[in-house]
Design a protein around this ligand. Structure first.
Ligand code: UT7
Length: 334
């Protein structure tokens, strides 16, 4: 029996609190105009005090389960893609499993920073096609606000908190066409210093022995301009690669569901694909860069617009620190 992995539910969650560009301009030397022109970002959502990545993830997962018309008892694996886990261990997936009332099925995190959801979809698709799981929750969730240096204007204006989730279901290919068609993933660790989040003086695996300062402070550092150039080049390459590997062309793509880091990067990729603006999902304006949550949030937004139709071809792509980058092709089947 040949199996295919279908997306049968999708949900997004953004914390209540909205922080506008104007509010940030009152804190650091920036302006609404600079942020909009350079990034397309107008605002971001920030998690409330005590609200963790697992809370955001669980909220998005509940919506995806509802749309799929199933409950947590029907799930047989749960994966959270995050770079801002609740704790170093146990995994955020373990917390989400518990918050959703699930027991027994495997739950684990994956870390591919902003590309975590795209990596997770590729990984789970392979496992599901091998027959390991029937129904799986894949969640991208982040509280990026907790690892930002709020005095660094070059990074603090760029990120936000949020979560997006999908329910994946494995079906016999003979029962209908559609589902995940294929994925391409890449990494290049040579660029790891261009975008990183340190923890205290280095850590967790790099703290001095017997250190006594348990309260390490994490913060993102980025050489934005260099990241920008490599992101455009890498994403332009991988979208062409995933299409060619699956015998498809740019003109067949109905929706580009891109990583929402910067509107100028998204525009460069849509131009590369010759896609008109109305075929490109753009949500970066209202939630900024939510890292692993960004692609599933964009997908959830697309689904909510009601424009998504059965049989349409979706191209998902993302790029993140490492660098890591990848793309998935999905034939929508609902
Ligand atoms: O999700 C993971 C992948 N991440 C990304 O894809 C992010 C990629 N990078 C970017 O999106 C862009 O590089 C940024 C939005 C981060 C920066 O835009 P840029 O056009 O590359 O600007 P830049 O870094 O070259 O900086 C231009 C100027 C600099 O001033 P000088 O040296 O020209 O005087 C910066 O100091 O803008 C200044 N600047 C700011 N000005 C006002 C940097 N941040 C700000 C700010 N407000 N927030």
């Amino acid at each position: 029996m040949t199996l295919a992995t279908h997306i049968v539910g999708v949900g997004g969650y953004l914390p209540e609190r909205i922080v506008t560009n104007a509010e940030l301009a009152a804190r650091v030397d920036t302006s609404d105009q600079w942020i909009r022109e350079r990034t397309g970002i107008c605002q971001r959502h920030l998690a409330a005090e005590g609200e963790c990545t697992s809370d955001l993830a669980a909220a998005a997962a509940r919506k995806a389960l509802k749309m799929a018309g199933i409950s947590i008892e029907d799930i047989d694996a749960l994966v959270v893609a995050t770079t801002t886990p609740d704790l170093i261990f146990p995994s955020t997936a373990a917390s989400v499993q518990s918050k959703l009332g699930g027991v027994g099925f495997p739950a684990w995190d994956i870390q591919a920073v902003c590309a975590g959801f795209v990596f997770g979809l590729a990984q789970l698709d392979a496992m599901m096609r091998a027959g390991m799981f029937k129904r799986v929750l894949l969640i991208g969730a982040e509280t990026m606000s907790r690892i930002l240096n709020w005095n660094d204007r070059s990074t603090c204006v760029l990120f936000g908190d949020g979560a997006g989730a999908v329910v994946l279901e494995s079906r016999n290919r003979a029962d209908g066409s559609g589902g995940v068609i294929g994925s391409v993933l890449h990494s290049d660790g040579a660029h790891r210093d261009l975008l990183k989040a340190h923890y205290g003086d280095g850590a967790p695996s790099n703290t001095p022995d017997f250190h006594t300062d348990a309260a390490g402070v994490a913060a993102i550092e980025m050489r934005g301009n260099e990241v920008f150039r490599i992101a455009v080049k890498s994403l332009s390459g991988v979208v062409g690669e995933v299409l060619a590997a699956n015998g498809l062309t740019e003109s067949e793509v109905d929706w580009l569901v891109p990583h929402q880091a910067n509107l100028r990067i998204i525009n460069a990729i849509s131009k590369r694909l010759s896609l008109p603006a109305e075929r490109v999902v753009i949500t970066v304006g209202f939630h900024a860069n939510t890292s692993a949550a960004s692609v599933p949030l964009a997908l959830s937004h697309l689904q909510e617009t009601g424009k998504l139709e059965r049989g349409q071809l979706l191209l998902l792509e993302s790029f993140g620190a490492g660098f890591v980058w990848g793309a998935n092709l999905v034939r929508w089947s609902l």
